[in-house]
Design a protein. Structure first.
Lengths: 114, 111
């Protein structure tokens, strides 16, 4: 079974702090994604990566950056956390490019910025 | 403004009843996926529909992709408490390689 793990289930940070969210997948998938999920808005894509050291902006990249130094690991970085970044963050991976392939999601990290 | 609108946002029904969730857009999608998400978990893919007019069945769940590939529906027959969850549709834009998600429909099936 594909497994996508996220470093924390819950995280509380203060405004202005630098925040790292880690995601690891164990199926050698090429593609990895970071979404945020807010009630009524569904999932919105922040960044995705289709190869090591490669990244592309999603629909809402402002205030975020990412790092993919190894194939299995994709990190989301909030350089200076703000209260409007309080949200559920979901990581996903898929084997093939394009949306017809299955995306496998981690359990999510609920981030609260005070 | 959401590219994909789901309706209703919330649905509460008794076990054994039928329900339909709608996913609508003014944009054309090359494919559309439906996911179910349970509390504390990430979404899990249920189905992908690719062809306009396509109908797929997964036990008591029936998924339909509109002829014009702008809309989709999910119909659950004789719902059970295990069907409770957040249902999300996601479309692949014809000119892109990223999924666009709808706002989700929260379904509660009471025993």
């Amino acid at each position: 079974d594909v497994k996508v793990t996220q470093s924390s289930r819950y995280l509380v940070k203060r405004t202005g702090e630098k925040v790292f969210l880690e995601c690891v997948q164990d199926m050698d998938h090429e593609n990895m994604f970071w979404y945020r999920q807010d009630p009524g808005l569904g999932l919105r894509l922040i960044y995705f990566s289709y190869d090591v050291k490669m990244k592309e902006k999603g629909d809402i990249p402002e205030g975020y950056s990412v790092s993919r130094e190894k194939k299995e690991r994709f990190s989301l970085i909030l350089e200076s956390a703000s209260t409007n970044q309080t949200s559920m963050y979901l990581c996903a991976s898929s084997a093939l490019a394009g949306g017809t392939d299955t995306q496998y999601f981690g359990p999510g990290t609920r981030l609260t910025v005070l | 403004t959401q590219l994909l609108e789901q309706s209703p946002q919330f649905l509460s029904i008794q076990e054994g009843e039928n329900l339909t969730v709608y996913c609508n857009s003014s944009s054309v999608f090359s494919s559309l996926q439906w996911y179910r998400q349970e509390p504390g978990e990430g979404p899990v893919l249920l189905v992908t529909v690719v062809t306009g007019g396509e109908v797929k069945k997964l036990k008591r769940l029936t998924f339909q992709f509109g002829d014009a590939r702008k809309d989709s529906s999910l119909h659950i027959t004789a719902a059970q408490p295990g069907d409770t969850g957040l249902y999300l549709c996601a479309g692949l834009r014809a000119a892109g390689n990223k999924l666009t998600f709808g706002g989700g429909t929260r379904v509660l099936v009471k025993p």
